[in-house]
Every structure is written in structure tokens, then in C-alpha cells.
Design a protein around this ligand. Structure first.
Ligand code: ATP
Ligand code: MG
Length: 261
């Protein structure tokens, strides 16, 4: 697909290597601006590795990764500037346990801006309000439920108003109700704030309803790229095995990744 102003993320012939192993090869992917894209795949298939290429943490062995038409930079100064435009909710929340919810949300604002503290306070209130947690401002992470902590991490990822949000396994460890809250929050924020969102997950059935674009990775490559409806109808044996959660089939069971998770 060609690249236009409507493209938030574009990967062309990307090969990603961890250690001396090619984890993903010949990745070609276009994420339209404004979409909610699900990147699905079994444990160890390389979902987090793909995200690392978007954040600039992992430099591709070959190929090109572009965000909003610009190549992901390698110099740390340029990378810092690019990351301000990228909201990342990492696998696990990454909240600092010594700081309150409000202080956690304020952290990117203090680090990346020189706004006066009363302005930062007001922005923190707004971001916590956006995730329905204004009342939790002075609580410490240990005083929050798993779902609340995830929402605080979401507010922190939104702190700098990034146009692109990426979520790595946003549902891990959450019960079905908290999962539903997080997924509908992700979809609502995408719409009301005019964002582009990429959700990396193996929680297919919770994620597909809020997506308009789905990609499946397995066996080191993209095996499906289309709409959620097309995904549900797919006859591809790899896709069917993954959607059905069947242990036997064309997807190799990656024991090293399973035991490390
Ligand atoms: N820093 C690293 N060095 C070497 N190998 C790595 C490194 N990080 C990941 N890998 C390997 O790369 C493969 C893909 O890992 P990755 O974390 O991207 O998978 P994932 O799809 O995110 O899995 P999960 O669903 O369990 O989070 C795995 O086989 C993993 O062992
Ligand atoms: Mg992962």
C-alpha cells in the first residue's frame, strides 16, 4: 500500500531480530490515521517486538518504519522528540510505586515540558477525569485495584496528548468487567480525542469488537490483515487455529516464550 497523510504507521519489508534470531520477517503494515488496529498473535509470536520497532527501542535489521510519514529516528535526542507523540501503555503498568496516581500522571509533563506546576496540576486532573478516576489522584498504586491502576497508566500515557497510542496487552490480569471497561475506554478516547490506537494482544474476543482493523502475526510473519469481520470469516488454517485456541496446527508452540512469560 502507498503512503499518504492518512497513514499513522507504515512498515515496509521490516525484519526484526532479537539476539541472533529473526523474530519477524518481511513485515508490511499500514495503520490508517484514526483507526483502532488490533495486532493479534500467540504468546511469543513477536507482538512486543513489533511495538519495540515503533517506539525506536529496536532498530530493524532491514526495512523502514515510519510514524506519520517520518522514519523512526535512531539518535536519542530525535527519539525523545518522537516519543512525545507516542503514548505507550507497556505490558504491565509501569507505575512508580512511591508516587501517587496524580504524581505518576504528572511525570511525563514534568519531564518533557516546562509548564508551571498549577498548569500541570490542572492537566493531571483532566487526564484522570478522562479515565474516570479524578477521585484517585492521591492514592498510591498499592491502593488501586488492577483495573484502576491500568486506567492510571492510561492517563499517564495520554499526558502529553500524543496522536498515536499503543497498548501492549492492556487486559492482562483483569477480570471480564475491568477488561470491558478498559476496552471501551480505549475506543472512546480514540474517537473523542481523534487518536490512532494500536492494541497488541492475544485477547481476541475482547478486542475485536472495538477495532476496525486487525492484523494477525504467527510463525514470524503477518498471516492476516483486514477487518474484524474478514478475520472471523477467514479460512486460513493459521488464523483458525489461533482464533480457536487449538494447541495443534500450523502455529508452532513456542515453549521458550511461554516459560519466560
Ligand atoms: N531481548 C530479547 N533477546 C532475545 N530474544 C528475545 C528478546 N525479547 C524477546 N525475545 C524473543 O522474541 C520472541 C518474541 O517475543 P515477544 O516478546 O515479542 O512476543 P509476544 O508476542 O509479545 O509474546 P507475549 O504474548 O508472551 O507477550 C520470543 O521468542 C522471545 O523469546
Ligand atoms: Mg508481549
Amino acid at each position: 500500500m502507498t503512503q499518504t497523510a492518512e497513514t499513522a504507521v507504515h512498515l515496509d519489508a521490516v525484519r526484526l531480530v532479537r539476539g541472533n534470531r529473526t523474530v519477524l520477517d518481511d513485515i508490511r503494515l499500514t495503520v490508517p490515521t484514526g483507526s483502532v488496529t488490533a495486532v493479534l498473535g500467540p504468546s511469543g509470536s513477536g507482538k512486543s517486538t513489533l511495538l519495540a520497532a515503533l517506539t525506536g527501542e529496536l532498530v530493524p535489521a532491514t526495512g523502514d518504519v515510519r510514524l506519520f510519514g517520518e522514519k523512526v529516528p535512531q539518535s536519542s535526542r530525535e527519539l525523545l522528540a518522537m516519543r512525545k507523540r507516542l503514548g505507550v501503555l507497556l505490558q504491565g503498568n509501569g507505575l512508580l510505586t512511591d508516587l501517587t496516581a496524580g504524581e505518576n500522571v504528572a511525570l511525563p509533563l514534568r519531564t518533557h515540558t516546562d509548564l508551571p506546576s498549577d498548569v500541570i496540576d490542572a492537566l493531571v486532573e483532566m487526564k484522570l477525569h478522562a479515565v474516570g478516576l479524578r477521585a484517585a489522584k492521591d492514592l498510591y498504586p498499592r491502593e488501586l485495584s488492577g483495573g484502576m491502576a491500568r486506567r492510571v497508566a492510561l492517563a499517564r500515557a495520554l499526558a502529553l496528548d500524543p496522536p498515536l497510542m499503543i497498548y501492549d496487552e492492556p487486559l492482562t490480569g483483569l477480570d471480564p468487567i475491568a477488561s470491558g471497561v478498559i476496552m471501551s475506554l480505549i475506543a472512546r478516547l480514540n474517537k473523542t480525542l481523534g487518536l490512532t490506537s494500536i492494541i497488541v494482544t492475544h485477547h481476541v474476543h475482547e478486542t475485536l469488537p472495538v477495532c476496525d482493523h486487525a492484523v494477525v502475526i504467527a510463525n514470524g510473519r503477518i498471516v492476516f490483515d483486514g477487518t474484524p469481520e474478514e478475520l472471523e470469516r477467514s479460512d486460513d488454517p493459521l488464523v483458525k487455529q489461533f482464533l480457536g485456541g487449538e494447541p495443534d496446527g500450523p502455529i508452532a508452540f513456542d515453549s521458550s516464550a511461554r516459560s519466560a512469560a
